[in-house]
Write a protein that binds this ligand. Structure first.
Ligand code: PLP
Length: 433
């Protein structure tokens, strides 16, 4: 009887949960539960393979991408992207320096000259571009600053600046201050980071920003996207991203795994990473092995123990979407997600005297719908939540850092649940308590 609109962990399809309870007792008639079998067993391998196939099918992931599963949480990837992309940038620069200096230096002098140049380039040119549109991209940028130093982090856009110090808008692309690519001879910023959907602030990029589109193969930006809270909810052109990552616990499955979709050309042998000794000498961070994408990729995500049950749940959810939407693939889910979000926003907009949507209309999230009741009046918001709880509508309180209301509209939130919520919103607005 309960409809849950919390921002994550979030509801799962009842059919998957029912099957999961059986699976915990007896997986595939093995006489033993799924959490009790080895992550290296043939059964676990099949679960991994089937889950990858379902995700690749849903999102049309091209063959030149690898899919990794890790335990890091979305936050772990805030660090992993920095370790990996900085290492990759240093190696590109090292190779270039070596080629250019080789011609003019004796072998013994070469290594020192290359190192001296790298030291200078790191100091003057190493930049990580962050588009800060909400509290999660802010956190990711802060982690980058913690790891490599704030002087290397270029906040190319801070959405608060154009909006009275608050998140809720995305400034026009021509106002972004991205690190120029040409100036740096093709290796520009080590990464360009965005959070596709800001869970706390209810801000979602409407589409892939054209400012980040490649002008030619040589001046492509390496775009990293956090899709933790809108993964598999809409069509995505994966080829535009170097890396997409997200925790499973909102739109995909249970808490415990994080999915990374990474372009294979960023992994060895195509893109050798810098020698850890060189990174240390340059005073750049060397990441822990459990966050090391090449190691995870080489071991088919089984470098260390992977919670196979969580992979199984994610696989079940994805396979049921593949089955439900057939050739429409993720576009089928997108239609439903859009319709549910539209129902809620229409209701909020129809009663503007009672409800005020927080983010600007141009960037409203379809996943996390943030609004105030009577301008944020504490009593009105308390009454709204209490009335909702009486009707079994739970999890509507906004994040503690911003307050207000937040209705999270993930894939497993049913249309019926949304209709129930919308019915309550109407009643509340008319009753006007
Ligand atoms: N990124 C986004 C957009 C999130 O919403 C969250 C968590 O809510 C995270 C990252 C952090 O994820 P985790 O708690 O799995 O580290």
């Amino acid at each position: 009887q309960v409809s849950y609109f919390g921002a994550g962990p979030a509801p799962l399809p009842t059919s998957v949960l029912e099957k999961a309870s059986q699976t915990l007792l007896n997986y595939n008639d093995m006489g033993i539960g799924i959490t009790e079998i080895s992550h290296r067993s043939p059964e676990a391998n099949k679960i991994l393979a089937d889950t990858k196939t379902a995700l690749a099918t849903l999102l049309d992931i091209p063959d030149d991408y690898d899919i990794l599963f890790l335990q890091s949480g979305g936050s772990g990837q805030f660090s992993a992207v920095v370790y990996h992309m900085v290492s990759s940038w240093v190696e590109k620069r090292r190779k270039r320096a070596e080629q250019e200096i080789k011609a003019e230096a004796s072998d013994r002098a070469l290594e020192q000259k290359v190192f001296d140049r790298l030291q200078k380039e790191v100091k003057e040119e190493l930049r990580l571009d962050y588009l800060v549109t909400g509290s999660w991209s802010l956190k990711a940028s802060q982690e980058a600053a913690r790891l490599v130093g704030a002087e290397h982090v270029n906040v190319a856009m801070d959405a608060r600046k154009a909006n009275d110090g608050k998140f809720g808008k995305i400034p026009a692309e021509n106002e972004w201050e991205l690190t120029p690519i040409k100036k740096q001879g093709g290796t520009g910023a080590a990464l360009t980071y965005l959070c596709d959907n800001e869970t706390v602030d209810g801000v979602e990029f409407p589409s892939f920003p054209s400012a980040l589109d490649a002008q030619s193969p040589d001046d492509e930006r390496l775009v990293i996207a956090d899709m933790s809270s809108n993964f598999i909810s809409r069509k995505v052109d994966v080829s535009k991203y170097a890396v997409i990552f997200g925790g499973a616990q909102k739109n995909i499955g249970t808490t415990g795994i994080t999915i990374v979709i990474v372009r294979k050309s960023l992994l060895p042998p195509h893109a050798p990473l810098a020698d850890p000794r060189l990174l240390r000498d340059l005073k750049l961070p060397v990441g822990p092995i459990v966050l090391d994408w090449p190691t995870i990729a080489k071991n088919n995500s089984l470098y260390n123990t992977l919670p196979i049950f969580d992979v199984w749940v994610a696989g079940q959810v994805m396979q049921s979407l593949v089955q439900s939407y057939g050739s429409k693939k993720i576009a089928g889910q997108q239609e439903i997600s859009d319709r549910k979000a539209q129902l809620i926003y229409e209701t909020l907009d129809a009663h503007r005297e009672v409800y005020q949507v927080v983010p600007d209309k141009s960037v409203r999230s379809r996943m996390n719908i943030c609004f105030r009741v009577r301008g944020g009046d504490a009593d009105a918001e308390k009454a709204f939540l209490a009335g909702a709880a009486e009707k079994g509508l739970l999890g509507l309180k906004g994040h503690r850092s911003v307050g207000g209301m937040r209705a999270s509209n993930y894939n497993a939130v049913t249309l019926e649940a949304v209709q129930k919520l919308v019915g309550y919103m109407e009643d509340y607005a008319k009753g006007g308590s």
